[in-house]
Design a protein around this ligand. Sequence first.
Ligand SMILES: O=C(O)CCC(=O)C(=O)O
Ligand SMILES: [Fe+3]
Length: 685
Amino acid sequence: TLLQPFDRLYYSGLRAYFQKDWLATEEYLLGALQSRARVRGAKVACHAQCQAEEDQGAGEGVPSHLQELGVFERVLKRAECQTYCLRQQVGPPSRHRTTQSVEDEFRRREPYNYLQLAYFQQQKLNAAASAAHTYFVANPRHLQMKEDITKYRKMAEVGEESFRDLEAQPHWEAYDAALSHYDADQYQEAIPLLEASLNESFRALEDCRVLCEGPYEEEESEEEQHKELYEAIADHYVQVLKCKQRCVLDIATKPGRRRYAIDDFLPSHFDMLHFAYASVSDWQRAIECAHTFLLFYPKNQTVTEKLRQYQSAAAEGLELTAREKVQLYIKRSLMEKTLIYYAVENLEVAFDDPDPWTPEDLIPEGVRERARVNKKKASDEDEPERGPPPYDGPTVTQNAQQLNGSQRVVVDGLLTDDECNSIIRLARVAGGSGDGYRGRRSPHTPYENFQGLTLLKAVKMVGEGLANIDDARHYLEASERSLKMTEWYFPTMDTPLHYSFTHLVCRTAIEGQQEGRIDLSHPVHADNCILDPESRECWKEPPAYTHRDYSAILYLNDNFEGGDLFFTDMDAATVTAQVRPQCGRLVAFSAGGENAHGVRAVTRGQRCAIALWFTLSPEYSEQERTEAEEYLKQMELSSAKTSQVEENSRRERGHSPEPPGTGERGDHQARTHKKKASKNRRDEL
Ligand SMILES: O=C(O)CCC(=O)C(=O)O
Ligand SMILES: [Fe+3]
């Protein structure tokens, strides 16, 4: 049968989806996934076939001035072969060509998002769970899907085996298994898995590279059109080379960790392998893998030293050298980089080298210089275009440069002393009210008490006659000023910041227990990712609050000892800046690993602050806040009708039991597109 173009099938699927024709949705979407898989398979197969034919027919001794014709003879034949082959396998171009945006949707696994609901509506629950799981693996921030999966897990008829990734990539399975053995010092088990991961990774890399040989992506501007012969060829060719180079990142990026490729993915395999082989006394293999690692990093001292040890441990005789496959891989990669850098220097091409191991001398001096300047600019940064500040009073007292980092700021003068005292009073009342808000042992240290008060609880306390309405109003206003200042200082391309969580927090030193304390009030952490100081990485994945984009802390007092906030490098140890709390001082920063921070022990007195986290994703905005605001407004309007107000506040927002909702899907898509656009902007800077 004739292949149906997968983008058409996909859109037919979406149409069916919106018409609630679930069976048709299922059929179209499955068809789309299969059709795309077939096209990709055919491209890889055709590439192999045409390459083989070309190798067979390679003649020798062509005079140099005719070489170009020789090259183009090959190009023409290749074009003919490739088109013919694809036509045979999947049909004419209209059947398999598509736009980048459809391709991106498939990469993000969007079809599974719709597919799961189509399955669910037809009561095909196991299939629905698989689709949901498959989608969620690549989109771990998708709350709706997370809830849906929880629902499927509770369903008796859905078996555990349904929660599998239908698009699982073999190299990740091997890699993850390898690492868990390796980390547990089980080298015998780790070795075959590492080798498998390596093999599968190279295979995935080659497939990815073949798929780069696709259609030319037109530039947008008008004058770019109508290129001349060599210009056009060079343009397209460099585009393809860059795409091929990027494949290194592609295979090193786990689904769901977009933009967070594992650094040095291939070389690190050999670093682990030489160690693993040595641990089981396979000296020959250890030597081979150390040599191979050194192909990437010839000057690496540690591995050079290890290699020497292995060599003296190994018996005399034949010694293995670096793997040939890797030698060829590096050679090819360096040739590609040389061409790309030529284009960077001479043809106004931009290139982000994905490999940290590229030798310095391969990068043209001009490009190196430009990179240095850009880096300096980035560290001087901090002056994006921002409008006038939202308030007159507060002033920026320390910018990112003064704070030795990026995306951090200190603003003073956000609150008056009266306002600070008013908000602290609220915290004290909450702490003393004895109904669950009482200060408890801190979750972070046994030497401090810790009490937290959300906005809604504060407002409810007012409703219960336990707290002063002005104090609650000040709490609300303080949080609003913090958001406005943060939003002003960190312009985010017209995307507004939303409150994600607001917490009034006091930390109190427990008297008599402070002698010789060496711990922290709050250990070093990042607010939206799991900090791994050892690898100096920050995993942006659950259970971290990955949707938090900016953090702000508004301090309320300074009459305590200790309790300074400090920032560190990703090693969680090197302190880069320290901030002393005081009334009305706001510290705001981007919530990722670049702003790892902690709080020094509070050794005397009570330290109070409003901690706020903001998000760019409206679906993660704080629901309680609206409730608190409305409640407060009502109380202010009619303090007499409190009974009715209480009635309203009791309305709990229930969790919809079924079916999995559709509400978020459209939003999500819009958001990812926006995110992508802003990301691209950032990359260009
Ligand atoms: O109170 C502070 O200074 C920082 C608190 C903090 O980092 C947090 O709660 O995540
Ligand atoms: Fe924090």
